[in-house]
Design a protein around this ligand. Structure first.
Ligand SMILES: *Cc1c(COP(=O)(O)O)cnc(C)c1O
Length: 376
């Protein structure tokens, strides 16, 4: 049986250090807003390459806190338009509607599956103030073209880095490329806690202070409430666990890249497309710098998804679909249900995610590739 993601094995791979960290917090008698958070925030900020990191309860909160802070500091106003990829996890869009901003759904590039810079320019109106880019599947969505558009039009760039901890753009990391970035430490993410967790990274001190206050009931000073805030905390046990896992993140991501390389080399079924294959590892001579990915997900596309899924399942191989229904076809956004976004819809109709993780073996990856190449 090849699991989609073996969380038990992932935790066990750093088990002794995690166990020690958890016992330390239990023994300390201090469970919120303490030394473990301070240490992890410092280490995470320095890993990402920003001046500040602020822990919070989860990735959705991290996004909401960023947009609320941009509004509280006068940089965005309710009703402003924010560009966001149409093919993202629902949380990216929920954060915008929850804070009174207007999401404008932008089609992805069918090769990279990331927001298409050419479509960004077409979607802009005089009300457009920000771009929420999502490094979907762990792949860097930031490009020199995007940088140039953001610069020229004065858009605020916010990153949803929930799936891409450790991913690089040149010598920088995703999460340090815009005004602020949201991170999720949901257990299945590349940097996953043993429960919920999240963080905001930014080099803007005013924004960091505002996010911290908003996450603490709107208070920077005890019993003095400047904003109508919320309670969104990263607990000390999770911070201690994350600090251990952060030390191993680059090596764990390298193991994911190794599994991805086996898939790239060995999957050769004409019915299966590996989107963006030529963009990774600098295989395309027209693209001088290879685009980095930390392979949170390994997506393949096929017109016969159900057949492939059933075939893999009968070979003991678990798969998932990221995601079966795009945001604009969801009941919670019924006002968009009539919209046509053909690239996004075609990805959602054909995507299948193969198992990938730092604890998978080469033999397991070869077994998956052989099964994909078989008859189904
Ligand atoms: C997981 C995820 C989130 C939300 O994170 P939670 O910690 O589950 O709230 C947001 N955006 C993307 C792209 C995600 O994958």
């Amino acid at each position: 049986m090849i699991k989609f993601l073996d969380l038990k094995k992932i935790t066990e791979s750093h088990g002794a250090e995690i166990g020690e960290a958890v016992s330390r917090v239990i023994r300390s008698g201090w469970y919120l807003q303490g030394e473990e958070n301070r240490r992890f925030e410092q280490n995470f900020a320095s890993f990402i390459g920003t001046g500040h990191a602020v822990g919070c309860a989860n990735g959705l909160d991290a996004l909401v806190l960023i947009f609320r802070a941009l509004i509280e500091t006068g940089r965005l106003h309710p009703g402003d338009e924010v560009l966001v990829p149409a093919n993202t996890y629902i949380a990216s869009i929920l954060a915008l509607t929850e804070t009174g901003l207007r999401p404008v759904l932008v089609e992805p590039d069918p090769r990279s599956l990331q927001i298409d810079p050419g479509q960004i320019e077409k979607a802009m109106t005089p009300q457009t103030r920000a771009l929420l880019t999502v490094h979907l599947y762990g792949r860097c969505s930031y490009t020199s073209r995007m940088a140039e558009i953001v610069e020229r039009s004065g858009l605020l760039l916010v990153e949803d880095n929930a799936q891409a901890h450790g991913c690089r753009y040149g010598d920088r990391r995703t999460g340090s490329l815009g005004i602020a970035a949201a991170h999720s430490f949901y257990p299945g993410k590349n940097l996953g806690a043993l429960g919920d967790g999240g963080a905001v990274t930014t080099s803007d001190k005013e924004l960091a202070d505002t996010v911290r206050a908003l996450a603490n009931y709107g208070s920077a000073e005890k019993y003095v409430f400047r904003y109508r805030g919320r309670n969104s905390r990263l607990d000390e046990i999770q911070a201690a666990v994350l600090d251990v896992k952060l030390r191993h993140l680059d090596e764990d991501n390298e193991k994911r890249r190794h599994i991805a390389r086996i898939y790239f080399e060995e999957i050769c079924n004409p019915e299966v497309e590996i989107p963006g294959k030529e963009l990774y590892f600098g295989e395309n001579p027209e693209i001088p710098a290879a685009v980095d990915s930390v392979f949170h997900v390994f997506p393949v596309l096929t017109g016969r998804r159900n057949d492939l899924r059933r075939h893999l399942d009968s070979n003991g191989i678990q798969t998932l679909v990221h995601y079966p229904i795009p945001p604009h076809k969801q009941e919670c956004y019924s006002e968009w249900n009539g919209m046509s976004l053909p690239v996004t819809e075609s990805i959602h109709d054909r995507e299948l995610s193969l198992p990938i993780s730092p604890v998978m073996t080469d033999e397991e990856a070869r077994t998956v590739a052989r099964a994909v190449n078989g008859n189904w």
